[in-house]
Write a protein that binds this ligand. Sequence first.
Ligand code: ANZ
Ligand code: ZN
Length: 818
Amino acid sequence: MNTHQPTAPDGAHWPDYDAHDCEEKWQAYWRDAHTNVADLEGGAVPFYNLMMFPYPSADGLHIGNIYAFTGADIQGRFERLRGRTVFEPIGFDAFGINAENFAIKSGIHPSELIPRNIENFSRQLASMGMMYDWSRTVDTTKPEYYRWTQWIFVKLFEAGLVERRTGPVNWCPVDKTVLSNEQVEDGRCERCGTQVETRELAQWFMRITDYAERLLSNLEGDGLDWAGSTKLIQRNWIGRSRGAEIAFPVKDSEEAITVFTTRAETVLGATFLALAPEHPAVAALVTPACRGAVEALLDRVRRQDVVSRRIAGEGKAAEGASLGRSAINPLNGEEIPIYVADYVLSDTGTGAVMGVAGHDDRDFRFAEARGLSVRRVIASDHATPDAAYTEIRDGDVMTGSGDLDGLSPHDARARVIDRIETGGHGAARTRYRLKDWCISRQRYWGPPIPIIHCEACGPQPVPEADLPVLLPELRDFQAKTDGVSPLSAAEDFVAAPCPTCGGPGQREVDVSDTFLDSAWYFLRYPSAGRTDVPFDPGLTRRWLPVDLYIGGQEHAVLHLMYARFVTMVLHDLGHITFEEPFTRFRPHGMIVKNGQKMSKSKGNVVGPDDYLQRFGADALRCYLMFMGPFTEGGDFQESGINGIVRFLRRLWLQIGASVDGRTSGTPDDVARLHSVIERVTRDIAALRYNTAIAALMEMSSSIKARGTAPTPEETRALVVMVAPFAPHFAEEAWARIGGSSSIFQHARWPDYDPALTVADMIEVVVQVNGKRRGSVSVPRGSDEADVRAEIEASSALKAPPQPRKVVFVPDRIINYVT
Ligand code: ANZ
Ligand code: ZN
C-alpha cells in the first residue's frame, strides 16, 4: 500500500485550498483586469462561443440553465487556452409572455421586475465563474436593442416578406392571446392549461415559407456542422412533400376543387373528395338538404384548437358531412361525392383531398364509417383486405387503372402527372409543412410592431429615423377584452400621423413575438453599445457566423429556424455576407433530479445558490460536467459532489508537493502524460467532458499510486487541463507554481506527441461469438463505448451491426454475441 501521500515540502507556503476565498478573489481579478473582454478588433483567430441567452422570467437560474452555460463556458475557455481570441457574450431574452406572466403573478410591473431578475441572473452567472464579456451584453427590452428589432421588421416589410392576413389561430381564452401550435399541449394552453379554441384574427405574418426550400437544402451536405438530431427535426418541421395538384370539376357548377396529393398514381382509386371545414367552397356548394348537418359539424370544429385538428382522423374515423354534391374525376369522368371532413386542414395543401380509401388510413376509416366504396389500385403481396395499403414496395403494380395496369406505382405517378398537365387539370407541386411565422401578439410586454395604419394609404411602416417606437408605460397592462391588445388603451400612443400622407393614422397595437427578438441577438453582441447601426459591418464580417452554438434541443424548430430565416433575409438584402448564422450547433442534455424532470409544478427545481455556498463554483461545475456526456445530460444527485471535492483537494496537494520537488518521469510516466493530454484534448473538443474529467482523475490517482510528486511537466499540464472545468482553482494553482495571471491569457494548452502516446496504448482482442476476429489498439483504460467506436471506425474489422449482447473486459477483450 502506498503510504506516503505527497505533502508540500514547505507546508507553510502551501495552504489548504479555500474555494470561497479563491473564487471571490479570481472573479474580482477577472472583472477588474478585464480579462474576459475580447479584443474584437485586433485579436488573433476569432472564436465566437455562443450559448442560448436565458429569459429572466423567474427570480433566478435553475441548475439546468447552469449546466448548459457551464458546458458552453468550458468550450470557450478551452479554445482560449488553445490560442484563439474567444468572444463569449451573454444577454437576456427579457420580453415575452413568460416574463409578462411572471410579473403579473408577482404583482410587480415588468419594467421593475425584469431588471431585478436580470441582476440576480447576472450575479449567479458571475459567481459560477463564466468567462462572459460583461462589457457587451444585450437586453432585448432596452429601446437601444428593440429599435433594431423593429428595424428588421421594417426591412422585411419593405422586402414584401411581412403581410397582414387573417387565418385560423389558436386562441387561449384565459391568457387572451394567440398561441403558436407549439404552445398548445394536448389541446390546452401550455401555460395555463385552458382548453384552446380556434379563431380567425388579422395578424402579421413573416413569409418564412418563401425560404422553405433554402432552409431545407442548406441542411444537406456538410455545410453546417450541426448535430444530426437537430437537422432531422428541422427537416421534418419543414416537411417537404413532392406531389401534384389536381382539379376536380364540380358537377352542375362552374367551380372546380383542387386537391393536393403526394400519390397522384392513386387518382383512379378516389371514391370521394373531402374539403376542410374552412374551405370557401363549403358554403358555396352545400345543398339545402345538407346544410343543417354541415353547420353542426362546423360548429363542433370551431371549438377545437389547431393541433387537435391536425390529428383528427388519426386512430379514429374523422367527423364529416356530405355536401350533397358530386365532383368529376378528370381522368375518367367518374362522379364521386363531396364531403366536408375535420381531418382535412385548411392551411395544408389546398385544403382539399381526394379520398383514396384503398391506400390511405384516414380515408379508409372515413369511407368505412360512411359506407363509401374502397377501391384498390395497387396490387401487392403485402396488402391486407381489411386495411388501407399505404406503402409502396418493390414488386407492387398498378391494377384497376386501365392502361396504367402493370406499371410500377412510381412510373404510374409520372404518367398521371403528365396527363394532368397536358389535359390542363393541374400540375406537379412541391409543398411544405412549414407555416408562415405569425409574429403578432395581443400582449403588452414586447416591442410594438412599427406600423401606422392609415385609411388612405393602408398600413405604413414607421420610417427608420422614427425608430424605436417606444413601448408606453402602462400601469394596467393586462388584456381585458378578447382579442384587443393592451396598447389600444394608450390613446397618446395610438394616435400618430401617417408617415406617407401625413393624415391621421393609428399605430399598430400588437407587439411582436419574442422569437423575433432572439432571431438576431447574436448579430448584435459584437456591436452592443453601438447606437448608430444594428451591427457594425466590419465586426460582423470578422466575428460571424458563430463558431459554436450550444443550446436546448427544444429550440430546434422555432428559435433555430427563425434565426436562420432572418439571417438569410438580411443576407439577401445585402446587410451581411453569410446566410447561415451558426456554423456548428450542439444541443446539450437535460438534467433530471432523482430520475424526474425538474419542474416548478413538481417543486423539485434545484437552484445553484445553495451548492455554491457549500461547495463552491468549481466543484459544482466539475460535478455537473462529470454526471454524464454533456449532450445527454444526467441525474443530479447531491452526494456526487463530494467525490469531486475530494479529487480537487487531492490534486491541490499534489500540485503543492511538486512545487519544490525534483521528480523526473520515467518513460512510462511520460507516455501516460501524453496519452492523458490526447484523451482530454479530444474529449473536450467533442463535448465529452465526463470522460475528460475521468482521465484527469485517473492521472491523479496513478500519480498517487506511484508515490512521488508530479513532475513539473505533469503539474503544468494538469493545471491547464483542469482550467476549463475549475477555472478559479487553476488560476490559483497557476499563480502559485509561478505562472503569470491570468492563466487564460498566459498559459498554452499542452501538446502531446502521438509517437509517445503509443506507449500507453493497449491491444484489445475483438471476438464475435467467442471467436477471435482481430484486435484494436486503444488507450489504456478505454471504456466499452470508446472501444466500440474504435472498432466501428476501423476498416479491417467489421462490428456486427446489431449484437444481442456485448461482453467487455477492460483492456483485454470485447466479445459481440449475435
Ligand atoms: C391522395 C392519397 C392517396 C394521399 C394515398 C395519400 C395516400 P404528406 O405526404 O404528409 O405531405 N392531404 C393533402 N392535403 C391535405 C389537407 N389539407 N389535410 C389533410 N390531408 C391532406 O401528405 C400528403 C397527403 O396528405 C396527400 O396525398 C393527401 O392525401 C393528404 F394513397 O392524396 B393524399
Ligand atoms: Zn396615409
